[in-house]
Design a protein around this ligand. Structure first.
Ligand code: S3P
Length: 433
């Protein structure tokens, strides 16, 4: 499907975002291995989180969906059943990597695979620690999916993450639930901590000491009621849109404000975005609040702060749309230390550079990032999304600031994290005459 987007003369209204994808995955997996029933409200409607639900169903988990509420009957820590088919994680790295940690603690053989993109993403980063813990794992050549996992009783380990990755951290912590002793993970660069928060909420024992996070094995996890906040990574597209489009004023209610994710807001405010955060509350350890954002012409006269070092992990999913913003700020934007972007749903450095150039931006590709030296007027173009949801949505936002029409190819991939994105964008934007 091709979505054709015109430049916009204004942007207004309230944007209702889907539930946070990262948090939804974790709640569903923990609910499945807890005892008793969990009710999860505002569960992410995303295709990725449905992949997690389908895998859990293959593992014998009974669940019901009613609108955005998912009710999951827990099977207990070691209660998953051997699947009678190969599980399909679709496009979702979080599904395959986090679920592998749980499967490593089950005494049966299971196989999990994914779509073309996921089948080419590195799994050595989870295979290595899980093997150290005692799981047997086979993969395709170069540690690529499918993964065939034979779990069993695991050893508790102390493990230093070789890459800043919340998915790898979470995989090892989940496997640590099945260890013969506590498991500790060291992260030298902090990543999102939804797993730690959710584990605690379900009754697990997890401690943090500096960069080390330690989990106790064999907890009795208890099912519960939860409400997922709106996805801050989905909010990012509309925050950048508001920065770019004259007369923009948008409200984004109930957005997740976990401190390991809200760096995006601090970054944009540092850059000069006119943004207010109101009505902050917290449910199950996850803070949330309402965002109100307005057109910020001053921001466009500046240079965006460089994205490098620790900031890369904090903004990892928002970089495509921040690069779009950087192409419209007078002093541009430099991104470095971002090699991880090359192994996301697509090679995002290459996808950003190619598509920005197609729209007339000046951009230099680097092995670990890119340099945009100055702003150039964007023009409408054909965008090759590479079936990557965040590339599709980022360039839809670029289209709002471009002269002429932009055609986003394979636009349905936005459903991976944000079903309803195209309708939400059309409802908010007034096209230029
Ligand atoms: C996620 C972690 C990040 C992020 C992904 C979701 C998670 O991946 O890019 O969209 O839910 O843990 P890495 O941990 O591999 O960087």
């Amino acid at each position: 499907m091709i979505q054709t987007i015109d430049s916009a003369s204004s942007l207004s209204g309230t944007v209702r975002l889907p539930g946070d994808k990262s948090i939804s995955h974790r709640y569903a997996m923990l609910a499945a291995i807890a005892e008793g029933t969990s009710v999860i409200e505002h569960f992410a409607a995303s295709r990725d989180c449905h992949s997690t639900l389908e895998c859990l169903q293959s593992l014998g988990v009974e669940l019901q969906e009613s609108g955005a509420t998912v009710t999951i009957k827990g099977r207990g820590l070691q209660g998953l059943k051997p699947p009678d088919r190969i599980m399909d994680a679709g496009n979702s790295g979080t599904t395959i990597r986090l679920l592998s940690g749980i499967l490593a603690g089950h005494r049966f053989v299971s196989t999990i695979t994914g779509d073309e993109s996921l089948s080419n993403r590195p799994m050595g980063r989870v295979i290595r620690p899980l093997r150290q813990m005692g799981a047997e794992i086979e993969s395709r050549e170069r540690d690529l999916p499918p993964l065939r996992i034979r779990g069993g009783s695991l050893k508790g380990i102390r493990y230093t993450l070789p890459v800043a990755s919340a998915q790898v951290k979470s995989c090892v912590l989940f496997a640590g639930l099945y260890g013969d002793a506590p498991t500790a993970v060291e992260e030298t660069i902090s990543t999102r901590d939804h797993t730690e928060i959710a584990l605690r909420e379900f009754g697990g024992a997890i401690r943090g000491d500096g960069n080390w996070i330690e989990v106790d094995p064999m907890p009795r996890l208890q099912g519960r009621r939860l409400v997922v906040p709106a996805d801050i990574s989905g909010a990012a597209f509309f925050l950048v849109a508001a920065a770019l489009v004259p007369n923009a004023e948008l409200s984004l209610p109930g957005v997740g404000l976990n401190k390991s994710r809200r760096e995006l807001l601090d970054y944009l405010m540092r850059a000069g975005l006119n943004l207010d955060v109101e009505n902050e509350t917290e449910i199950a350890g996850e803070p949330r609040g309402d965002l109100r954002v307005r057109y910020s012409p001053d921001l466009l006269q500046r240079q965006l702060p460089p994205i490098r070092g620790k900031l890369v992990a904090s903004l990892i999913d928002e970089i495509p749309v921040l690069a779009v913003l950087g192409s419209q700020t007078a002093g541009g934007l430099t991104i470095s230390d971002a090699n991880e972007l090359r192994v996301k749903e697509s090679d995002r450095i290459s996808a950003i550079v190619t598509n920005l150039r197609a729209m007339g931006a000046e951009v230099e590709e680097k092995p670990d990032g890119l340099i945009i030296p100055r702003a150039r007027q964007l023009k409408g173009a054909d965008i090759a999304t590479r079936n990557d949801h965040r590339i599709a949505m980022a360039f839809a936002i670029a289209a709002l600031a471009a002269r002429g029409e932009t055609r986003i190819h394979d636009a349905e991939c936005a459903d991976v994290s944000f079903p309803g994105f195209w309708d939400a964008l059309r409802a908010a934007a007034t096209p230029s005459k």
